[in-house]
Design a protein around this ligand. Structure first.
Ligand SMILES: Nc1ncnc2c1ncn2[C@@H]1O[C@H](COP(=O)(O)OP(=O)(O)OP(=O)(O)O)[C@@H](O)[C@H]1O
Ligand SMILES: [Mg+2]
Length: 278
């Protein structure tokens, strides 16, 4: 099971089961071996890459491979250190301490995955520091407890470069605690296999979608700020597998989410017609 937590959702203090079924993941390079080494040597991992390129799927896959529980935290600028570490709650006229997701992960020896970490404020992120160096501890200041992370605990963060906030917005003392893996869209053949598998279409249709994606990604230099991700191709494939014509599926799932600019939309629709009607 995969447990997610937002800042409001504080996790119960029970054991987290590991990811049960193998999450489908096709490796692009040596990332599986690198992650395994990092896990073995207690090194934290940072994954950089555009939206929809497989970062979350990779972490789910690694948690399954390593048979560790996975706790995911979506970061945003209101996230506080208490949201991560824990807080006192009032329950039946009593004040009880409730661990936050980071404290739960440290106790359970889980993989703790902070998605979009650059969105979190620096004063929040510093609570990670003592967990990512030789100390492997986290202090619960309000209870006076010092938790030493159980074996298997690993911190993983990810972010999309190019969004409003950048890596440079993170303190060097934070950045330099991570081994960084760079992700990008998979090579053509790999992406075709992924789109076919995840979208429920045959290799021919998947190949056409990937060819289209390459053409559209080429428009980046001509003003298209966001280019289609593997995720969008899978969405188009699923619509098509459900009975919608491929061109229409691409308009709905690939073109419309990318831009409001009429000129760019027309250029993208032309590319669809050229690529898919051949
Ligand atoms: N290498 C891959 N192997 C298997 N599936 C993949 C791979 N890359 C992408 N996918 C598919 O693309 C979808 C989107 O990937 P994922 O959610 O992991 O993206 P992400 O990089 O975490 O994006 P975001 O930054 O928006 O969170 C996945 O649900 C999966 O179906
Ligand atoms: Mg993700």
């Amino acid at each position: 099971m995969h447990v997610s937590s937002s800042s409001e959702g504080i996790l119960a203090q029970h054991a987290m089961p590991s990811v049960q079924d193998e999450p489908y993941y096709v490796a692009g390079a040596d990332e599986v071996a690198v992650f395994e080494q990092c896990h073995q040597h207690q090194l934290a991992v940072m994954i950089k890459g555009p939206t929809g390129c497989g970062k979350t799927r990779f972490v789910e896959h690694m948690a399954w491979r390593l048979q560790r529980p996975l706790i995911t935290i979506s970061c945003h600028d209101d996230l506080t250190a208490s949201d991560l570490v824990g807080r006192f709650l009032i329950q039946h006229d009593q004040t009880v301490w409730q661990d936050g997701p980071l404290a739960v992960a440290a106790r359970q020896g889980a993989i703790c995955y902070l998605d979009e970490v650059v969105e979190a404020r620096q004063d929040t992120v510093v609570v990670l520091h003592s967990l990512t160096d030789h100390r492997r501890t986290i202090a619960l200041e309000k209870t006076g407890e010092l938790i030493t992370a159980a074996p298997g605990f690993q911190l993983v963060v990810s972010y999309n470069p190019g969004y409003q906030r950048m890596l440079k917005d993170m303190k060097p003392s934070t950045r330099q605690r991570f081994v960084a893996l760079e992700f990008d869209f998979p090579p053509e053949r790999t992406e075709t296999a992924i789109v076919a598998h995840e979208g429920g279409v045959d290799a021919l249709v998947a190949g056409n979608l990937v060819t289209l994606a390459h053409q559209l990604r080429g428009l980046r230099d001509r003003g298209l700020a966001e280019v289609p991700s593997t995720r969008l191709l899978i969405a188009a494939a699923r619509l098509h597998a459900g009975g919608i014509a491929l061109e229409r599926a691409c308009e709905l799932a690939v073109v419309a989410p990318l831009s409001d600019d009429d000129t760019l939309i027309a250029a993208m629709n032309d590319l669809i017609n050229l690529t898919l009607r051949r």
